[in-house]
Design a protein around this ligand. Structure first.
Ligand SMILES: [Zn+2]
Length: 479
């Protein structure tokens, strides 16, 4: 049996750290006699209602923020100063790193360059140096570990409340009624949810009083009929799951008509977006989210990139020398303004993106991430340059052979290895002409004669990344 070491995190909360399995469970400490079942239910409903009211208040404030630049910048700076002061007082790591910083002089995003960038490795080495001395109620997350080892992070209630506020703003912007919605979460197989079956069952019974009052149900792709019966207002999931689900619905002639399809956690390529939008006959909304933060940016309703939730995050894009850059690709650095459990200041996300301050036609004053090109660590190195996964897929989407391939197969993955490229896919066998065109496109991109092999699988499970919740359509295994 694993040995668990309890740590007191705050009044009524305990964190259990298992020394052998690195498992952390966050729970409430029970004082005295157990509460009666009725008392417990009433307390849950009451706390749900309170959280719902707070989420709506924050949601309406978030809606107002997106229409006034002055209001947004004021709210961002007040929240940033409050967070920096909190960090210097309560977090062991920032007591040292912010010691010589004059916080009162940080009045705009440009001033943030005075604070050093925080690499992921620093947190992975010493995660507990980032925990607050005044630990608030929080939720524990593991990052998916797409680029290696997973990381543990803690998010406070205030950060979760803002996530609900963003969900309310998203509904408002998409014209979905705020008072009620049915959300169907689609996933590929239970293993892909990375949670035990009991969690899924629990999730199915969950009727949330938050996120603009939703009934949330989790389904796996094979449950297409059950999703149809559920009549979802919102269909959400990773792009790989929704793409596969679209093919499944087409095969079984099941017509699901939600008001919105919403993707998260993975990069959404333009071909998958077309497939999903065509099948469900609705716009596809994309979120840029990170386990460490929640939803950082959401699709512009006019389709001009993604609007940053600047009332909760300060997002910078920096070049190789560490200077802030606009309208050009660079490393995305994020500061969270509401997470008081494990605050991350100038955290390097490992993603490449393009930040723009240009006015948007949709009327929102929230700054925009014009493009998110994916993980820097997953980029493909050619003779002359480095190509990010999204640039590679967009190039393929504009080339006849690869475009046809990407729109017809149920799922695919380009695996770059030393001296060769393996195209793994599920679906109809690739024809000779198509294969040649794909090989030509890969060779043009890498500027070298390289062999392309095709591997066909019967099941999507075979090409999904078993160690991570996210599927990568481009995989670099050259080093
Ligand atoms: Zn816009």
């Amino acid at each position: 049996m694993s040995h668990r070491v309890p740590m007191i995190l705050g009044r009524g909360h305990k964190l259990y750290m298992s020394a052998s399995r690195q498992e952390v469970v966050h729970g409430r400490e029970h004082f005295g006699r157990r509460l009666s079942a009725l008392h417990s239910v009433l307390r849950k409903v009451a706390s749900g209602l309170v959280r719902c009211i707070i989420a709506y208040a924050a949601g309406f404030q978030a809606i107002r923020n997106q229409y006034s630049a002055e209001r947004l910048s004021k709210c961002q700076i007040v929240r940033l100063s409050r967070m920096l002061l909190y960090c210097r007082e309560n977090i062991s790591y920032y007591r040292v790193s912010l010691k010589d910083i004059r916080i009162k002089q940080i009045r705009s995003p440009e001033d943030m360059v005075r604070i050093p960038v925080l690499p992921k490795e620093t947190i992975m080495r010493t995660p507990f140096r980032f925990l607050s001395y005044r630990m608030p109620a929080c939720t524990v997350y593991y990052t998916s570990g797409t680029t290696g080892r997973p990381m543990i992070c803690f998010r406070s209630q205030a950060s979760k409340t803002f996530e609900d506020a963003v969900a309310i703003r998203r509904k408002w912007n998409e014209g979905i009624p705020l008072h009620w919605s049915r959300v169907a979460k689609i996933s590929i197989g239970n293993h892909h949810l990375k949670s035990p079956m009991s969690d899924v069952v629990l999730h199915k019974r969950h009727i949330g009083l938050r996120q603009g009052v939703s009934c949330v149900q989790a389904f796996v792709v094979s449950e297409a009929e059950a999703v149809f019966d559920f009549r979802p207002t919102i269909l959400c999931g990773t792009p790989s799951a929704l793409r596969y689900f679209a093919f499944e619905c087409r095969k079984r002639s099941i017509k699901i008509r939600p008001t919105l399809v919403w993707t998260h956690s993975e990069m959404l390529d333009s071909i998958s977006k077309e497939i999903i939008a065509e099948e469900f006959e609705v716009p596809v909304h994309e979120d840029y989210g990170l386990f460490e933060f929640g939803v950082v940016a959401s699709s512009c309703r006019f389709g001009y990139g993604m609007h940053i939730n600047a009332d909760n995050f300060l997002v910078e894009v920096i070049d190789a020398s560490g200077k802030q850059t606009y309208e050009r690709p660079g490393r995305i650095v994020v500061t969270a303004l509401h997470n008081f459990a494990m605050p991350l200041i100038r955290y390097e996300t490992g993603d490449i993106g393009v930040l723009s301050l240009e006015e948007c036609e949709c009327g929102s004053v929230l700054p925009r991430l014009k493009q998110i090109q994916g993980r820097a660590a997953m980029s493909i190195k050619t003779k002359t340059t480095t190509i990010t996964p999204s640039v590679l897929l967009e190039h393929f989407a504009l080339t006849e052979g690869p475009r046809l391939f990407m729109s017809l197969v149920e799922q695919f993955q380009f695996v770059f290895q030393e001296g060769k490229v393996i195209v793994r896919y599920v679906g109809k066998k690739v024809g000779v002409t198509e294969a040649e065109q794909i090989m030509q496109a890969v060779q043009d991109l890498l500027e070298t004669k390289i062999q392309v092999y095709f591997e066909r699988f019967d099941s999507v499970d075979a090409i999904l990344n078993q160690s991570s919740y996210k599927h990568s359509q481009v995989l670099d295994q050259t080093s």
